[in-house]
Design a protein around this ligand. Sequence first.
Ligand code: SAH
Length: 248
Amino acid sequence: MTFHATILTLYPEMFPGPLGVSLAGRAQEEGKWALDAVQIRDFAIDKHRTVDDTPAGGGAGMVLRVDVLAAAVDHARQGNPDSPVLAMTPRGRPLTQARVRELAAGPGVIVLCGRFEGFDERIFDARKVEEVSVGDIVLSGGEPAAIMLLDACIRLLPGVMGAPSSGSEESFENGLLEYPHYTRPQEWDGRTIPEVLRSGDHAKIAAWRKSQSEIDTRSRRPDLWERHEGVRVPSASGAQRKKKDMDQ
Ligand code: SAH
């Protein structure tokens, strides 16, 4: 089955971009995924092909028009009828590996890339569009965010990655950051590889990796650690916390 990505953008020439090389590029050549980069401006309705207008209420910048966006989404849905429609926006739900997995298991995605100040808010409800953020940062456009999302999906498609285990051992797959890696030379600049990794004792190595993964997650990403602990040891306070999360 081919994973079908339809990208709605003012800059179709940005695609496939980095997705045309390496793992994703090869997978595209092999027909494991297909790309359709669609020019939003083709759905403008006036003779100047306007796609944006000034913000209601005043203020800086321009806003993408809802009528133009709706026409572009409707067109994309005709060609890719079963795929969810996502809009890249810093106001969206932060993208997670779990969501990426769900998307990669489906028929594909339709992705709306914003520019300027972003989208007229009415598009999201009117066309059942899922708002997605790739982090608490502000990009100049949705295209790099769409490339990130696609890259994450494509590497999970069947037959794209070499070793099947390399997908399931990565950071976030079990709610934790991955353990650190080392390779030869064994000593470099006075720094050595942790002794245990040279022991050949697979059980000991596995235990060390698990513990490093926990230590690093705890210190670097207390948010992930707390969630992980909540799932692992559902304590009374954890249950309360979950309930609070659900109420929000
Ligand atoms: N005015 C907006 C930012 C617009 S940035 C705000 O303050 O929320 C222009 C476009 O870049 C957005 O419409 C979106 O498509 C994209 N973009 C910027 N940051 C992003 C992020 N963190 N995640 C996903 N898309 C982003």
